[in-house]
Design a protein around this ligand. Structure first.
Ligand code: DLL
Length: 438
């Protein structure tokens, strides 16, 4: 019988051995960054650790965090640990303010990345026979090329369709027999919507798996995508500063994303104090890369919130599972003192069957008071049938939201297709308090 794992030796390695491997790899990484990256020489000196005599994972917590600002201040290549002649690829992630962050990969890094993506795809049930429809954007964004190399390494057929021109995507999908769709969850829904409009019955297509990520999505959104596209939807996570996609991914159990712990150390810290949280508690994920050469990163604060489970998964893999990341510390809205994450709203909305999975949260401040509107589309039928009951329908959703999050949200039902669709990461919040405009 063929193995269930892409790299059995590592994926089901007993945790004790895994921790030994992490210690060994971390030690090498610390020496490398100490000798080659000024910022890390300063941080490691500050911690009082001797990188040449490092032998306890527990000491990692003494090294100060790395933040997005560190990368920005060292823009573009100041944190590279290898000379440019060894860098074979550059990616970059644009922020809303200031310099983008820039990351560089050596040949070995590109190979490592491909291997991790192949591991993710294999764990999600993708095989050589599959035809991979890669709608993640190709370019400086890590999604397109990241998935591409891994899919090729696995031996599947890759269609590098990238994002946009959705009708053409659907033609390609139907004509070429795509079996695996890679894109953001919001784009997957848009593909489903356009497909329905042009009369495609997804249950008749060979499409069977979705490798979806790059933005938060709820379990309710997963159910919607699975039923509309007739696929099994798998969550993949990553960030360019650490690698790109492939830092973690769900297996077929769909119960947490396995972090590639043979290449990354994950810590969960209290976002306010920066202190490590007891196991199982929700906090900010902090990652350290222990195999990368181009731009190794020590204790990177992701701002993404999650919990960690180190119990062995029913699939047999021993790598810890992070819960679906449902928010970022900087996504959290504070509305009249109450903390709200967009994902909490999505969770409530997706349970209302008459509405479409397209919404926008609009936050404003009037007379010194914050208010939150929720624009949400209703389906074509409901809109024409229930015109005069719309108000009652709005208040019923307002009630549901109030009982879930404890604040009043002004629900505004919108006509079908009036909320902007996304081909990449969806924008769910318009914060007029910060001067944002439609
Ligand atoms: O989004 C890498 C990626 C590409 C991941 C394709 C998965 C698939 P960045 O553009 O640097 O990299 O954005 C990273 O996106 O810190 C999270 O806030 C968010 N994010 C990524 N994946 C997920 C996910 C890519 N599965 C930022 N669930 C991260 C929730 C996610 N949020």
């Amino acid at each position: 019988m063929a193995s269930e794992y892409w790299e059995e030796d590592y994926e089901i390695m007993p945790r004790e051995e895994l921790l030994k491997l992490q210690t060994e790899r971390l030690k090498h990484t610390l020496v490398r960054v100490y000798e080659n990256v000024e910022l890390y020489r300063i941080k490691i000196d500050e911690s009082g650790l001797d990188p040449y005599n490092f032998n306890s994972l527990d000491d990692l917590k003494n090294i100060p965090f790395t933040t997005k600002d560190d990368l920005r201040l060292n823009y573009p290549f100041g944190m590279f640990a290898r000379p440019m002649r060894e860098i074979v690829r550059i990616h970059s992630s644009s922020g809303t303010t200031g310099n983008p962050t820039v990351v560089g990969y050596t040949k070995n890094d590109v190979d490592l990345w491909g291997n991790l993506i192949a591991r993710n795809l294999y764990g999600a049930g993708v095989r050589e026979e599959d035809v991979i429809h890669n709608s993640y954007g190709y370019g400086l964004f890590t999604g397109g090329l990241g998935l591409h190399y891994g899919a090729e390494l696995l031996g599947a057929t890759v269609i590098p369709v990238s994002g946009g021109n959705t009708e053409r995507q659907l033609k390609v999908m139907a004509d070429f027999g795509s079996t695996v769709l890679c894109c953001t969850p919001s784009y997957a829904l848009y593909i489903a919507e356009v497909g329905n409009e042009i009369g495609i019955d997804f249950s008749k297509l060979p499409l069977r798996i979705g490798i979806l990520g790059a933005e938060p999505w709820t379990e309710e959104m997963r159910a919607e995508i699975e039923s509309r596209l007739s696929i099994k939807a798998i969550d993949i996570y990553g960030l360019s500063e650490i690698l790109g996609p492939g830092v973690s991914c769900e297996c077929l159990e769909k119960n947490g994303l396995h972090v590639a712990e043979d290449h990354f150390i994950i810590e969960i810290v209290d976002p306010l104090t920066g202190k490590k949280l007891p196991s199982g508690q929700r906090g900010e994920m902090v990652f350290t890369s222990i195999s990368k050469e181009g731009i190794p990163i020590i204790r990177y604060r992701t701002r993404d919130l999650s919990t960690l489970d180190t119990a062995v998964c029913p699939c047999g893999r021993t790598h810890a599972r992070m819960a679906k990341p449902m928010g970022r510390t900087d996504d959290m809205l504070i509305i009249r003192g109450v903390n709200v994450f967009p994902s909490q709203i999505e969770e409530v909305l997706m349970k209302v069957k008459e509405i479409e999975p397209h919404y926008l949260i609009v936050v404003n401040r009037k007379n010194y008071l914050d208010n939150m509107e929720l624009w949400v589309e209703v389906s074509e039928d409901i809109f024409s049938e229930k015109m005069n009951e719309l108000e009652a329908f709005e208040s019923s959703i307002e009630h549901k939201l109030y009982s879930a999050i404890g604040i009043h949200v002004d629900v505004k039902l919108k006509e079908p297709k009036t909320i902007k669709r996304s081909i990449g990461k969806a924008k769910r919040v318009l914060d007029k308090r910060k001067g944002e405009q439609l």
